[in-house]
Design a protein around this ligand. Sequence first.
Ligand SMILES: [Zn+2]
Length: 347
Amino acid sequence: MNFSITELPEIVENLPEDKKAFFQRIYRFYSEVGRLKLPETMRKWAIERFGECEKQRIVRVTNKLTLESTLFNELRARRPIDARVSGDIEDMIEESKGGTFCNPLKKTPEDAFGRIEGKHCITASNIAKYDYLHAVIVFRDHNPFVYDEEKIADYLDVAQRWFKKANEYDKDAKYPFFMWNCLWRAGASIIHGHAQALISREPYGRQEFYNRIRKSYIMEYNSEYFDDIYLIHENLGLGFRYNNVRLMAYLTPLKEKEVVMLSNSLSELPSAIALVLRCYHRLGVRSFNLAIFMPAIHDIDTFVTRIVDRGDPLSRTTDIGGMELYAGTAVVASDPFRLAEELKNEI
Ligand SMILES: [Zn+2]
């Protein structure tokens, strides 16, 4: 069944009563039509460019607990997922070979406690740190488009070993964070493939925010917040399991094609991350952010991984504007229902 996000009102209406109530416990939405009048002088151009645009259905989905909120416009959502990729990017990657990360032992600093080395990567100490314990996981591959499960498993294993070592070095540093920014659109300053590991004495803001949401949710409903978020996605056809990881084409994406994954450990994640990155690559995504929110060192808890498409690396317009930065409501073109289909097609 091929649904669209603009059909969300009908999809929710058709859920069995208990599932509908469950959805409404956490989400609210509205669906409205935006109208405009085209002067004859621009009608042909506008319709060629945007299709029938005098009426535009807008769906806004809001998570009532977290206030995560996303606007979908059917004009944008209706379009096929754009798989156009410019050949220039591969040339730019090729031309950037031979830089710092191609020679990490000679051209990057090491942490006070040394380096962690894997088969497919090695750590460096970040030369301009975000926080006081901050490593770069430098991939052996120069090309940043990596979607081999074995390589991803190695990056995560090295991250895990680095977190342990950093925590031994500073016992107060017990809140780890893993991220992978691919290309400049995602904030990466170096093209060569790399991820980053941080560990700190306090959880990062968003992690602490979700911890609070989870605490109050369990008090009120005696249920785990993320488990319920997943079930709601599964009920709508937006969530599925893959090798023990629960994947969701997220209902309130932060930006294009956001996938949120739940797992019980880092070691469960490589095949699911590889699946999403393979799917992304096929859909023409060349720049993405990946982040893993994880429990404090020695704690056992859910791992939340988020991956988001950052748009065309050759575009001069950034994907983040005032709506995302200040309104706190993202404007998104990709349809989560289509994304869910594409992810399932990738299996
Ligand atoms: Zn390189």
